[in-house]
Design a protein around this ligand. Structure first.
Ligand code: HEM
Ligand code: HEM
Length: 141
């Protein structure tokens, strides 16, 4: 039970870097004038799965800590990282879905989406950094 969360979140985080790589191609063609193709459909499908996966993983982590220790929010820095990620995940999903449903030439919203998601990836890396000591101390011991 305790292993589900770290393994799931690690896999999803790797997937997020692929989604970011796809998004970067859009950034290059839209803002830098580079002639590169953007796999729109794959970015949207995988982007959705990444957000859903992280949210599911968050719930599994909370439930695992509650089942094992009888309360939640024990791992303060890791828990706070998740609380910062939550609104960023919602912004990523809502802005992405909006741009997918109503296709148009835009500058500001894709940039907001990109900046939000770079921040999101940064906090996900912070989760790796704060989550690994929990694995070492509680799962491997
Ligand atoms: C970890 C998740 C995600 C990352 C890292 C990410 C990253 C990016 C980046 C860097 C761009 C280029 C923005 C620009 O040109 O300035 C982009 C564009 C886009 N993203 Fe995402 N994204 C994510 C999730 C999503 C999701 C969940 C959706 C849809 C449900 C989505 C839909 C789109 C669309 C439609 C565009 C093109 C917007 C346009 O140029 O009009 N993205 N994304
Ligand atoms: C990718 C590397 C990550 C690792 C190695 C990791 C590791 C862990 C571990 C070992 C636990 C204890 C419970 C359990 O084992 O199931 C935990 C709890 C938790 N994790 Fe992660 N995690 C990672 C990423 C994430 C991400 C991306 C999020 C948020 C989206 C997150 C949110 C949480 C939350 C909310 C808890 C419960 C904390 C508490 O109530 O004290 N984790 N994590």
């Amino acid at each position: 039970m305790l292993w589900i969360h770290p393994i799931l979140q690690a896999l999803v985080t790797i997937g997020a870097f692929y989604v970011f790589y796809l998004g970067l191609q859009r950034f290059r063609s839209a803002h830098l004038g580079h002639r590169v193709p953007f796999n729109w459909k794959r970015h949207v499908v995988m982007g959705r799965w990444v957000i859903i996966g992280w949210l599911l993983g968050l719930a599994v982590g909370k439930m695992a800590v509650n089942a094992e220790m009888g309360m939640m929010g024990i791992f303060a820095d890791h828990n706070q990282g998740a609380m910062v990620m939550t609104p960023l995940m919602l912004i990523a999903y809502v802005s992405g879905t909006y741009m997918d449903r109503r296709k148009a030439r835009r500058t500001a919203l894709p940039l907001v989406h990109a900046a939000n998601n770079v921040l999101l990836l940064g906090v996900a890396l912070y989760q790796v950094y704060t989550g690994w000591p929990i694995v070492e101390n509680f799962l491997l011991n």
